[in-house]
Design a protein around this ligand. Structure first.
Ligand code: GLU
Length: 283
């Protein structure tokens, strides 16, 4: 079997807490897809760019929980904090082509602007950025920078879409999905506080780790529209996607991440076996 047909998946948690049942499901989906295929590989990536919420003990906690569940990964886990130079390079390439713009807005300013608008632009996860900084003149940008104001970088979705033309992605559950480049609006590709952000980091790393199949919860399906755009703009390979169903609680609501009773560690301490925990995530 050639290298190109080997399946590589990844589980990409943020070390901002212990794993709960929902994470176990995401890890198992990625693990099983890789292990069902000859030579398949399952990788672990710590998405640890979220500054102050990340704690050293959680990297170890995640690895301990996965090992206890028998979801063993291949190779050394990747930490996104070791990859910031790659995110900077990708951002620079987009900047050089005028595909991103600096955004000085605070959260409060965005809320005020949205409230002022007669019809605020809506996305699947709530209102999208109203475009306040999209057409700032260079003089205005320079003036704000010299006042010491910091800024994020946002994707100019209109420019991006005009460069890529129509796109689609393949999802193993939904089939072919047409990309809506405006679904999430002009997303942040580099945050003010940390200099990078989820959408860009995930796309750059999935390509770097040669991930052939990106598996994750269906709550992240809207993000995939942005990710396809970025892959084309950055000339990165196109993975296949599998957006799986989410774990629901007894009331049919999404599991709350902060519910301690659903943490793998708590279940283990209460005497449950790994097999019993895994039985709870059978879809
Ligand atoms: N780090 C993301 C999360 O914990 C998952 C990223 C992804 O699978 O693309 O929700």
């Amino acid at each position: 079997m050639g290298m190109e047909s080997i399946i590589r998946t990844r589980f990409a948690p943020s070390p901002t807490g212990r794993l709960h049942l929902g994470h176990a499901l995401a890890a198992k989906v990625a693990h099983d897809l890789a292990r069902q295929s000859p030579g398949g590989q399952f990788l672990l990536r710590h998405e640890d760019i979220d500054g102050p919420r990340v704690r050293e003990e959680f990297y170890h906690g995640i690895e301990e929980d996965l090992s206890w569940l028998g979801l063993h990964w291949d190779g050394v886990p990747l930490r996104q904090t070791s990859r910031t130079a790659a995110y900077d390079a990708a951002l620079l390439s987009l900047r050089e082509r005028g595909l991103v713009y600096p955004c000085f807005c605070t959260r409060k300013e965005i809320e005020t602007e949205l409230a002022r608008m007669a019809s605020a632009p809506q996305g699947p996860m709530g209102p999208v950025y109203p475009g306040t900084c999209r057409h700032l003149a260079q003089d205005d940008v320079d003036a704000r920078i010299s006042e010491g104001r910091s800024h994020a970088w946002r994707l100019d979705a209109v420019k991006a879409a005009s460069q890529t033309g129509p796109l689609s992605f393949t999802d193993l559950r939904c089939g072919t999905v047409a990309v809506d480049p405006f679904l999430l609006g002009d997303v942040v590709l580099a945050r003010k506080d940390i200099g990078c952000a989820y959408h860009l980091a995930v796309v750059v790393d999935d390509a770097w780790q040669n991930i052939t199949h990106v598996t994750r919860g269906e709550d992240l399906l809207p993000s995939t529209h942005v990710h396809r755009l970025l892959q084309v703009l950055l000339e990165l390979p196109e993975p296949v996607y599998l957006h799986h169903e989410l774990m629901l609680d007894d009331q049919g609501k999404r599991l709350a991440k902060r519910n301690d009773s659903l943490s793998i560690a708590t279940m283990r301490e209460s005497g449950m076996t790994a097999a019993e925990v895994l039985a709870r995530i059978e879809l």
